[in-house]
Each structure stands twice: as C-alpha cells, then as structure tokens.
Design a protein around this ligand. Sequence first.
Ligand code: NAP
Length: 260
Amino acid sequence: MLLKGKKGIIFGVANEHSLAWHIAQQAHEQGAELLLSVASERFLRRVGPLAERLNAGQPIICDVSSDGDIKRAFEEIRARMPEVDFIVHAIATAKRDDLQGRFLDTSRDGFSLAHDVSTFSFVAISREAENMLRPGASLLTLTYLGAVRAVPSYNVMGVAKASLEASVRYMANDFGPSGVRVNAISAGPVKTLSASVVKGFKDKVDIQQVAAPLRRNVTGEDVGKAGLFLLSDMASGVTGEILYVDCGYNIMADFITRED
Ligand code: NAP
C-alpha cells in the first residue's frame, strides 16, 4: 500500500471521467484517506456518491476563483483533516470562445479568467495549505503539451499552462526546504467535460492514436497511476518536474511521414 497512513485533498472531480477521479481512485486503493473538493453546491449531487465510494465523506465546496471561498474551505478542511500529505489540483477553465479560432483574439477578461482559475488557484490553495503540510508532502497539478507547443484551438489555455508549469518550478524552490515536493503531469488528451470544450478535441485524440510511440491514446488510468507515483514516497527525490503521460507523443517531431 503506497499511500497507507497518508491523507490528501483532491480538487477537480467533476464526474467519473475526470482525471482527478482517476488519481483519487488510485490513491484510495493504495490506502490514502481522502477529502474531495467541488466548485459549487450544484455539483454535490453528482460528486457526493463518488466521494462515498472512497469513504471521503461529504465533498468540500470551494470556488477557487475566490480568496474568501478558499479561506472558508480550508477552515473546514483543517477541522476534518488537520495535516495533509498531498494535494491534487486538477482544475482549469477558459471561455469557450477562447478555445477556438486565433489566440490573438483572446479578450482581456478571457486571458485573466484562464490564468486566475487554471494557474493562480494552484498557488493560492498550496499557500493556504502550507502550515498543514507534513514533511515529505506532495503537491500535484495537471498540465498539457499546449504549454510548450502551439496547439491549434488550445490558445489561452496553453499560455495559462505555461504559467502553471513555471509556477511548479518556483513553488518547488519555495517549498523544497520544508521537504515538500511540487510536480505536474502533462497528460495526453483524455475525453472529459473540460477537454471536450476545446475545438477539434477529437482530432487530437485521433492523431495521438497513430502518432504516439505507444500507438494508442492515454487513458485516465495511465494518468491515475502516474499521479500515484508522484504522490507517493516512490517519487521522494522528484520535484519541480513536468512528467509527460501521453504515450510518448511529445517526443515526436513529425508524424505525417510515418510509414507503418
Ligand atoms: P474535468 O473533469 O472537467 O475537471 C475540471 C475541473 O475543474 C472540474 O471539476 C471543475 O469543477 C473544476 N473547476 C473549474 N472551475 C473551477 C472553480 N472556479 N473552482 C473550483 N473548481 C473549478 O476535466 P479534466 O480534463 O479532468 O481536467 C482536470 C485537469 O487536467 C485540468 O487542469 C486540465 O487542464 C488538465 N488536463 C486535461 C487533459 C485532458 O485531455 N482531459 C489533458 C491535459 C491536462 P466543476 O465541474 O464543478 O466546475
């Protein structure tokens, strides 16, 4: 049991397809005690039964775009779980209009929203949790290849992910002296609620299937297992890293000329 005796909070389970759910399942199977957090009361009905399956009790409501909500949520978290060994941040949002067409046309509001919810929230919740983190704790977020390549339609979310990846490195440096690790998984395309909002998402899935070295799409389970590794002591010497879990797609230079 890789996480026996460890406690963690998982932000970003929307349903059974969520990457956060796959990580939560792996963590639960390996003995972790969990709390789940959802954005609003509206999602309690859907996520409540999932939390029950993990013996995680009632999910905590936290809209990460509000400092007040983060403070209030952490008061509840502290009462239920005074110390934590890991936090998973699997949260992102952008205006639908900004996930198609030209990046150049991104509005100021859209730019700000994507960075606030998808990037700053990782900094904000990690800072709020700082005094609760046990030595050896692990903070984990989720990113995508669009952070380092221009992926059509991913646009402002790619720029927010670039900022998230840089935040991982700065946070790893800040938290390192306390023995706390900070990492990200860069996942290949997996069909989830948020992913299906990106225009041309299905094309990305189809391309990965033929172009990736493993000749298949990444699954939620692949991401869950990599998450488990980074949360566990198996990754005790790993911090500030972006771990690609994409069947190797990111290493390819050109897949148009593939012959097999
Ligand atoms: P998902 O199931 O739709 O999860 C996204 C989560 O973000 C939802 O639980 C959503 O909560 C939450 N969220 C959005 N705004 C929020 C707010 N203001 N406060 C609190 N929570 C908020 O999609 P997912 O694909 O698993 O996404 C998880 C992470 O993986 C994201 O960072 C995403 O960019 C990343 N990622 C996904 C893929 C992919 O192909 N799926 C690939 C690489 C990286 P509500 O539903 O309650 O609003």
